[in-house]
Design a protein around this ligand. Structure first.
Ligand code: ZN
Length: 245
């Protein structure tokens, strides 16, 4: 095989690696954002329960104040009973006390149901707090893992870039220029295999004579349709289009 073509295959393979690493790097911020949004969901849920709890707690305090007030009124009213002179007055007095007592009972009932709700909310709050803490820890772990992954990917990319430089140094300048033009215009793939008289870059048929020449001569050929460099590997050998290995 033509030495320059071999080098083109090598640089293509390296470029494919570099591009796939770059793609992986590009995905990292999205992954972090996803983890961050999941944490936010836990926080929202926790804040809701917290707000609910605080609302109920405030209600409970209001009811306690109301209860104190009504108890005070009952006490004052009862103290007045010594001043009562007639039966009629006394009956009216008892009626009024009863109204206050009824009100007191109602407030007590309401307080109990609020306290029951508070008990449930308090359990929910503890659960949500724990879940949030766990989610926060997971997020931090994920963040660290993604940072580590990013560093790994960058250093891997550096290795390939060094390798690439070495290969490019050996490629004829004009050929390299053309390679780079195809890379830019043909979606990052400039060197492709031919298989059964087909260009594996654009799936166009290759004329039989050209196919024979690719197989049997030491020259460099390109696809007349997509301009990509073509190479031939005997069947049963693994394809070398840079995407596997
Ligand atoms: Zn083609």
């Amino acid at each position: 095989m033509n030495e320059q073509l071999k080098l083109l295959m090598d640089v293509q393979e390296t470029d494919t690696y570099i591009m796939s690493i770059a793609e992986e790097i590009d995905l990292l911020p999205g992954k972090l954002l996803k983890a961050c949004n999941s944490l936010k969901d836990y926080k929202t849920s926790l804040d809701e329960v917290k707000a609910n709890y605080e609302r109920s707690d405030k209600k409970k305090k209001l009811k306690e104040d109301e209860l104190e007030e009504v108890q005070e009124k009952i006490k004052k009213f009862k103290a007045k009973s010594t001043e009562i002179k007639t039966n009629k007055e006394y009956e009216a007095h008892l009626k009024e006390i009863q109204t206050f007592e009824d009100n007191k009972y109602k407030i007590e009932e309401e307080t109990i149901s609020i306290m029951e709700a508070l008990e449930i909310l308090s359990k929910d709050l503890k659960k949500d707090e724990m879940r949030f803490k766990e989610a926060e820890e997971n997020f931090k772990q994920e963040e660290r893992a993604l940072e580590k992954k990013k560093n790994e990917l960058y250093s891997r990319m550096e290795v390939y870039k060094i390798k690439r430089k070495e290969i490019v140094g050996k490629i004829d300048e004009k050929i390299y220029e053309s390679y780079m033009n195809i890379i830019k215009s043909a979606g990052g793939v400039a060197v492709v295999q031919t298989n059964n008289e087909v260009c594996m870059g654009c799936y166009t048929n290759i004329p039989p004579q050209l196919y024979n020449d690719i197989k049997s001569t030491d020259k460099i050929f390109t696809c007349y349709n997509c301009n990509r460099y073509l190479y031939y590997l005997p069947q049963n050998e693994p394809a070398r289009n840079g995407k596997d290995n």
